[in-house]
Design a protein around this ligand. Structure first.
Ligand SMILES: C[S@@+](CC[C@H](N)C(=O)[O-])C[C@H]1O[C@@H](n2cnc3c(N)ncnc32)[C@H](O)[C@@H]1O
Length: 266
């Protein structure tokens, strides 16, 4: 089975496979790995494949290869959709494809930090792996070898994590000894975020979790003169708050979002 994984793909993941600090990362990255339109991620004891349509034989073989190499319990399959907003939770959740379904919840470790993953909560499973290095910047307290974060200076205020989702950034901020304010439109995701704090023996009650629209709250913070020592802006590509008439489009509206954030920056 393991011979189904081309050695160039294993070589590229060498550092991640050997580090022992993470069990969540991308294993097959579409065309970049010679599998156009097919992605495969490791999420702890499970793998998650993503594809628009049915995987072909070569894709199944490489999934089985990684499953055997990593002793994964099963592989879930997420059908990539162009219009996720129009499908319900049940339809958009990944389904078991190979191996055993087991529990719909599992815990992953990324750079020593634990996060809860749920395969039955819709299109997204609880973490976006492509932000791993940005999360690590908070954990290591440096942006790169020449730019260290001044944690003592940052402690003079709170760090605002907008569009916080299940709060992975907030957990890393808290692990650095800073106070996180997580802001999201979904109560469910904020509660999931609190669970992520607890998984890491952090106390959610000593941090803030605010439910609501980022744009409403940023204006409210500005009017109240509330400022932050750091602000994370990681919005979705598109979004629409229930009471808002306007749709947010990252490509078009990011400058407005940035200007609003700059007003509240210490
Ligand atoms: C792509 S995720 C953001 C990723 C997140 N920053 C992370 O670290 O993984 C989308 C999140 O933005 C939230 N969201 C979308 N529009 C919003 C808005 N106008 N105000 C607050 N939260 C919003 C959604 O509820 C969802 O949790």
């Amino acid at each position: 089975m393991e011979q189904n994984i081309p050695s160039r793909i294993i070589k590229k993941r060498g550092r991640l496979l050997e580090s022992g600090k993470s069990n969540a990362y991308r294993l097959v990255h579409g065309a970049g790995d010679g599998f156009k339109g097919f992605h495969l991620d490791r999420l702890g004891d499970y793998l998650l494949a993503s594809k628009e349509g049915k995987p072909d034989l070569a894709e199944e073989e490489i999934a089985r290869g990684w499953m055997s190499r990593l002793k994964s319990r099963g592989v879930y399959l997420k059908q990539l959709q162009k219009h996720v907003r129009h499908s319900n939770k049940e339809c958009s959740s990944p389904k078991i494809w190979l191996g055993n379904a087991g529990q719909s919840e599992t815990t992953i470790v990324e750079n020593g930090v634990h996060y809860q993953i749920r395969f039955d909560e819709g299109y997204s499973v609880g973490i976006f792996l492509d932000q791993r290095e940005n999360r690590q910047r908070w954990l290591q307290q440096k942006v790169n070898s020449r730019f260290t974060l001044n944690i003592d200076a940052l402690k003079s205020g709170d760090i605002l994590n907008t569009f916080s989702y299940t709060c992975p950034f907030s957990v890393c901020i808290a692990k650095s000894g800073l106070r996180a304010v997580s802001l999201d439109l979904s109560r469910k995701y904020l509660d999931w975020g609190k669970k992520n704090f607890q998984l890491n023996e952090l106390h959610p009650e000593t941090h803030d979790f605010i439910y609501g629209d980022v744009f409403d709250w940023m204006r409210r913070f500005r009017n109240r003169g509330r400022i932050f020592s750091g602000i994370i802006l990681d919005p979705p590509t598109f979004s629409k708050a229930p009471k808002s008439k306007k749709m947010f489009q990252a490509e078009r509206d990011y400058p407005d979002l940035l200007n609003l954030a700059l007003d509240q920056f210490l």
